[in-house]
Design a protein. Structure first.
Length: 75
């Protein structure tokens, strides 16, 4: 099946002696999502746009779906 062939990867952003992992950023996005009263299980897809020069990660969750949301979290 396709799932068996999926590769696992991690993404890290390093800048000015700091490091941010995709997992850490996504955990902040999930917390922001839940703070809006939404359930983590309703997240189907997410895009992250990391802007370390701003100290922010911008996100788009469930783009094109009726429960879609955008926002930003601090790194």
């Amino acid at each position: 099946s396709r799932k068996e062939n999926m590769m696992y990867s991690e993404v890290f952003v390093q800048i000015y002696g700091q490091e941010f992992s995709q997992q850490e950023i996504m955990e902040k996005v999930v917390a922001a999502w839940e703070a809006e009263g939404k359930k983590i299980t309703s997240i189907k897809r997410a895009k992250l746009y990391v802007k370390p020069e701003e100290g922010k990660a911008y996100y788009v969750v469930n783009e094109g779906l009726k429960n879609g949301s955008t926002g930003a979290v601090d790194l």
